[in-house]
Design a protein around this ligand. Structure first.
Ligand SMILES: [Zn+2]
Length: 406
């Protein structure tokens, strides 16, 4: 369905000029040939301007009241963007403001039964703890860590990333990465890994795919609600040899049963080759396969990741800006391959998507040719996601898909 994305008319590769011959590049093509430091300066400036706009729209205008606390569409997404901005620029006011926003999210999420990083209270407590460590505020750090430990897994919790066990585990990995191994004990995390594996085997029921999961009655494959996201998180955990085989087998099953186009179905049995999003389709699967190659060193995963990224290049210039189902999120399929291989062609492709946004997004949204997002300043659906990508493009080798790549 051609109307979901813009035809990608950008060249497959453009050599960067050694020195810029133009004072003011005015076309997309000119942006692509700029010496990288010059483009990075432009992206950084645009990111910081956008960040100010996001803070104004999501924090100042609502008078610091938090209705939606989530990282996905709410205030925690603004805090996460501010934290990234602090990491890139070292400006402490961003860190302090991130701390204030997390505090408001803490109050807004208390007692709610959602357990993940992206859509739940685990994200609030985990980010709160990490921001507190950077602020050198021990009392705040202890508050968030003990709040994190009070989170109870409801009985009927799904396994996927946005609302389920995988999303809680990701929060544990985030804390352990930033605050030290075993801050959240491996006893706790391995018990959850066990539950995920057992439930996956139960639903797979000895079929061709070793692990299978359901969310709202559908067996999703994508990163947000399905196999790609769950396998991605599992690969960050200590797995037993049998469990590793289950993860590998699940990924091989997906590769063998993808669409002839190279794209991936959004759910088991779906015949509709339509979505090229991080949430559903090749971009999210590409990230998982790139990681699988790093973890298992099996060339099959690398080849499949490259093929998935090719789908993203051809059909991933979406008519949306965000991280979840927009151009910003899709750019990370190239960035993860660039980090793995150091191949400049992947950096170029990420740069091309980012430059397309830099050059055209505002105008296309104003003209109605591009959707600004239902929550236009949010991290996962709106312009905060674009700001996040631009910040990551300053040093592409240190980029990470927000709240997904550790
Ligand atoms: Zn989405």
């Amino acid at each position: 369905m051609a109307d979901r994305f813009f035809p990608n008319e950008m060249p497959d590769f453009v050599e960067e000029e050694k020195e810029s011959s133009r004072a003011q590049p005015s076309t997309l093509l000119a942006l692509l040939s700029l010496p990288y430091p010059k483009l990075a300066d432009k992206l950084l400036k645009a990111a910081l301007d956008l960040k100010e706009q996001v803070v104004k729209e999501t924090w100042v205008k609502p008078r610091q009241r938090v209705n939606d606390y989530t990282l996905y569409t709410g205030a925690l997404g603004t805090a996460f963007l501010l934290f990234r901005s602090y990491q890139v620029t070292g400006v402490e006011t961003d860190l302090k403001l991130a701390g204030q926003i997390v505090k408001a999210c803490d109050a807004a999420s208390k007692g709610l039964p959602f357990v993940t990083f992206i859509c739940g209270r685990a994200g609030v407590c985990a980010l709160g703890a990490v921001v507190a460590r950077h602020l050198r505020d021990e009392a705040m750090l202890n508050h968030y860590l003990s709040s994190f430990n009070e989170i109870k897994m409801p009985d009927k919790v799904p396994n996927e990333l946005l609302y389920g066990r995988a999303g809680y585990l990701w929060a544990c990995s985030f804390i352990n990465k930033h605050l030290g191994k075993n801050t959240i004990s491996s006893t706790k995390t391995s018990a959850i890994v066990r539950e995920i594996i057992n439930e996956g085997k139960k639903l797979a029921n000895g079929g061709r795919c070793p692990l299978m999961y359901e969310w709202h009655g559908k067996k999703y494959w994508g990163a947000a609600h399905g196999l790609a996201g769950i396998m991605h998180v599992l690969m960050d955990m200590e797995l037993k040899p049998d469990d590793k085989e289950c993860v590998k087998g699940t990924l091989r099953y997906m590769i063998q049963n993808r669409f002839p186009s190279g794209n991936y179905p959004s759910s088991e049995g779906s015949k509709e080759d339509r979505l090229v999003h991080w949430c559903h389709g090749a971009p999210g699967v590409a990230l998982t396969l790139t990681k699988a190659f790093q973890v298992f060193e099996d060339e099959q995963f690398f080849r499949a990741a490259v093929e998935a990224a090719e789908v993203v290049w051809n059909r991933g210039l979406l008519k949306r800006v965000g991280i979840c189902h927009g151009i910003s999120g899709n750019s990370y399929a190239f960035l993860s391959l660039y980090k793995l291989t150091g191949n400049e062609e992947y950096k170029y492709r990420a740069k091309a998507f980012a430059s397309f946004l830099l050059d055209r997004a505002n105008q296309l949204i104003a003209e109605g040719a591009m959707h600004g997002g239902d929550r236009p300043f949010s991290l996962f659906e709106g312009k905060a996601g674009m700001a996040y990508l631009f910040l990551d493009m300053v040093k592409p080798s240190e980029s990470r898909f927000p709240a997904y790549e550790l």
